[in-house]
Design a protein around this ligand. Structure first.
Ligand code: GLN
Length: 441
């Protein structure tokens, strides 16, 4: 723990928002004392981990990488994090990310752009960039990110590690700062399938504080080692045959498909919605939900209040001065699609499209067990480039957002393509996703 804290203190890749050194050393000393006493310790006891800075951990600062919450102290601890603490894992750091999860590069942050673990001139990916880079650099054994439209899977791909977005509702969102509540998921990032499995099991389960959660069976080690249940896989033709995909990403993906065929698995090319439709549907709903979720951040109960004449002006100045350009773009966009005159044409249309996308997935999973995709159409951009063109940044989410709208379990594995391979299965079939990842090893 001490060694890793020393490394994190140097903050070489801008991954650190707050170092939890006092807490970590205190907890580590307790584990040391148990070992010295000859007591047996649990699987996760003493294992150092990182937390994206959007999770409440009582007494620690939770900034969401935003000026608005720069000094905000959590009053309670998120359920998922509490379960890890109860299992004896040791939190080292609150990790840098795109502010409120708004972004795909971890540059939309007051703590400086997160640098990629493989090539520091490139972005760390987002929004859980700090979490992915800390795992890739071995600063943490695992980290807990948040995935609304790809934020665990995409940075995992950009940094060559594993990142899981579980089925929506498998892990409680209580204490995860809400971005878009209908797709927000708690997700682990780690260096092995085994670590993902262990951490997933601990965090999963019904929670009375999040009514969208459900009880799920533990995924045991043996069950992901056998390959039963995997006969047919599919991929979306239009994700591979288009002008936007990077040549290397395409080549690598097709090579993976050939390898899978050689293992005796049937492969089907499937039809799917256009990238533009997926991205517009996701951003319509995500912006609407975030406009609503962030409305409480007006400097009254939370945040860096800037007194400015009347109450209304105080709200306005507090929000205008403290939110980033990207966050303001989403609040304005979200309020627009929800407002009278626009909601029927845009927001309700988005909801209808989402139903169609979900129905499409249901049909597909009657035909195939797994759907594969590259994580992104291209490799990580240079730091500074994505900020110049928000629309291009949204389009880079084309391959992740559909699975979020479908609320499906989807895992990035660090092989297959230059940006990782995404493995997805039907709802609640997280076990099959891990099984298939293992099968491909
Ligand atoms: N890049 C996507 C967005 O900005 C996804 C982010 C996320 O999953 N938090 O909405």
């Amino acid at each position: 723990v001490q060694d890793r804290l020393n490394l994190l203190k140097q903050n070489t890749h801008n991954t650190v928002n707050t170092l939890l050194d006092t807490l970590a050393l205190e907890l580590a000393a307790k584990v040391d004392a148990k070992i010295a006493n000859g007591e047996t310790i649990g699987l996760l006891e003493g294992i150092p981990f990182g937390i994206k800075d959007v999770y409440m951990v009582q007494g620690t600062t939770t900034t969401a990488s935003s000026n608005l919450l720069k000094n905000y102290k959590s009053a309670y601890t998120a359920t998922a994090i509490q379960k890890l603490l109860d299992a004896g894992a040791i939190p080292l750091v609150k990790e840098n990310c795109d502010s409120f999860g708004h972004g795909s590069s971890s540059e939309n942050t007051i703590f400086g752009a997160v640098k990629n673990a493989i090539n520091p001139d490139l972005v760390g990916g987002g929004s859980s960039g700090g979490s992915a880079v800390n795992v890739a650099k071995n600063y943490t054994v695992f980290s807990i990110g948040g995935d609304t439209g790809g934020s665990v899977r995409q940075p995992a791909g950009y940094n060559n590690i594993y990142g899981l977005k579980p089925t929506y509702g498998r892990i409680s969102r209580y204490g995860l700062m809400a971005y878009a509540s209908s797709t927000d998921c708690v997700g682990p990032l780690a260096k092995s399938i085994e670590d993902v499995r262990i951490v997933l099991n601990i965090m999963s389960g019904k929670d009375v504080k999040d009514q969208t959660t459900y009880a799920s069976a533990e995924i045991n080690e043996a069950s992901i080692l056998n390959t039963e249940g995997i006969k047919t896989i599919g991929y979306f033709k239009n994700f591979i045959d288009n002008d936007a995909i990077d040549a290397q990403v395409k080549l690598d993906f097709l090579a993976s498909i050939e390898k899978i065929k050689a293992k005796g698995i049937e492969v089907k090319a499937l039809d799917f919605f256009e990238s533009n439709t997926l991205v517009s549907t996701y951003y319509t709903l995500a912006m609407a939900e975030t406009a609503s979720n962030l409305s409480r951040l007006d400097g009254t109960n939370y945040g860096n209040r800037i007194e400015s004449g009347s109450l209304k002006e105080t709200y306005s100045v507090t929000r205008s001065e403290n939110f980033s350009e990207e966050t303001k773009r989403r609040i304005v966009g979200g309020n627009q699609v929800l407002s009278q005159g626009f909601s029927d044409a845009i927001y309700l249309k988005g909801l209808a499209l989402r139903d169609q996308i979900s129905a499409n997935f249901e049909n597909d999973f009657n035909e195939v067990d797994i759907i594969l995709s590259p994580v992104t159409p291209s490799t990580p951009p240079k730091i500074g480039d994505s900020l110049k063109d928000p629309h291009a940044m949204y389009l880079s989410d084309a391959y992740t957002v559909g699975f979020s709208l479908g609320q499906l379990p989807t895992l990035t594995i660090p092989q297959g393509t230059a940006t990782g391979l995404q493995i997805s299965a039907a709802k609640n079939n997280d076990e099959l996703v891990l099984k298939f990842a293992n099968f491909l090893k």
